[in-house]
Design a protein around this ligand. Structure first.
Ligand code: ACO
Length: 355
């Protein structure tokens, strides 16, 4: 029995497919590379939701209205964010929304962007910023988060990021969202559950620690020795390894290209490339046969850093992009109409033995 459910097929989906041997991600029939950097997040969500969630009108306007509606509900809660990390604050805000309501799918996506920005600012003691319903989703998210308008290149880079992380097969948070949806608990409950699963460092909590690792390494000439010592201490290198990908995660390259278009910190991309090269060499030597390669989180960290997002805000931004995926999976699962209820094998004591 595989404790981590490796290779178990637990759902049928039309939404996305991860080919771990080919290093390929397909979303609604399109390779990731056809979408990321080519379509806006709003149109990618509309495409993902096609046939599952009817959108009334232009997706940009729908999600603009959704952000405005979410802000009207969530802004009174800003005072409660004090003392919480951004991801905890986001959890609090999303948990305050009702489960069943008209347009609750688009409300969830609007609310996720608003909640991510509010929670990041709230954790820094900063006032929240109202959305602009007329703006593009990525540009508005950056504005709400940083308090200053994003330039075109920044908005495009965040758009690329949000599309890249839109959906990704039956990862831990998506599976969680589907389990909750299968009980008919409701859409917002599925999204909150997805967020709770995402926040762990083995899943969506990794990019902040990637930057911590780069900071600790400090310079390219120290990389190999530092990484080797980390593996010797039995630590995991953040931003490497994946349950499904046995080759390079295709999202890593898309994000590397997008990050390179941003100025960010001088030479940070070149430094990251040097660390990545050293890490792959150390992993191949220390963990032969495990086929560990770079995952999405390594260049996520570089991209979001170059957008001046504080590192505690990386996971909330990931969740803001992935919410549309959780919503689609929750609705697809609810249509399947069967509660997810696997079995466990009892290895404890039987009453006769205990007596
Ligand atoms: N660094 C060092 N060793 C690693 C790493 C890593 N990042 N990942 C896996 N390994 C090693 C394990 O220690 C194990 O070694 P062993 O055979 O000597 O015991 C071997 O590779 C197999 O590892 P598993 O635990 O079976 O791999 P699993 O599929 O369970 O883990 C995971 C996948 C959780 C992503 C893992 O690779 C990891 O912890 N990576 C670091 C955290 C990270 O980057 N998370 C983001 C993932 S992407 C996402 O979720 C959005």
């Amino acid at each position: 029995m595989a404790i981590g459910l490796d290779d178990v097929i637990a759902a049928e989906t039309i939404l996305s497919h991860v080919d771990g041997e080919a290093g390929r991600l397909i979303i609604r029939g399109h390779d990731l590379e056809e979408l990321a950097g080519h379509v806006t997040y709003e149109s990618a969500v509309a495409m993902l939701w096609d046939g599952l969630v009817p959108l009334q009108g232009d997706p940009r306007a729908v999600f603009g209205e959704a952000r405005a509606g979410a802000y009207a509900r969530l802004s009174p809660l800003a005072a409660h964010l004090k003392g919480l990390t951004p991801v905890e604050g986001m959890r609090l805000l999303l948990a305050a929304l009702p489960d069943s309501e008209r347009d609750h799918a688009s409300l969830a996506v609007g609310a996720a962007a608003v909640a991510a920005a509010m929670a990041v600012r709230g954790a820094q003691g900063l006032a929240s910023i109202a959305p602009d319903p007329k703006a593009g989703h990525a540009a508005d998210l950056l504005h709400m988060l940083r308090g200053a308008p994003a330039d075109e290149g920044e908005a495009r880079a965040l758009d690329t990021y949000l599309v890249t992380i839109l959906d990704h097969g039956l990862n831990a948070s998506t599976f969680t969202a589907r389990v909750v949806a299968s009980t008919e608990a409701g859409l917002l409950s599925s999204v909150v559950a997805g967020l709770c699963a995402l926040k762990g460092p083995l899943h969506g909590g990794a990019p902040g620690p990637v930057l911590d690792m780069l900071d600790t390494i400090g310079s390219a000439d120290r990389a190999e020795a530092w990484l080797d010592a980390a593996i010797a201490r039995n630590e995991r290198l953040m931003g490497f390894g994946h349950r499904v990908y046995k080759v390079r995660d295709p999202r890593a390259d898309v994000l590397k290209v997008a990050a390179a278009t941003l100025k960010g910190r001088d030479n940070r991309i070149a430094f990251a490339e040097a660390v990545e090269k050293a890490a792959l060499a150390v992993l191949a030597r220390r963990k032969p046969g495990r086929r560990l390669d770079t995952n999405v989180e390594f260049y996520t960290a570089l991209l979001l850093e170059a957008l001046s997002v504080p590192r505690e805000g990386f996971t909330p931004l990931f969740a803001a992009g992935r919410t549309a995926g959780w919503v689609a999976h929750a609705i697809e699962q609810a249509r399947a109409g069967r509660i997810i209820r696997p079995q466990s094998r009892y290895v404890g004591t039987w009453p006769a033995e205990a007596a």
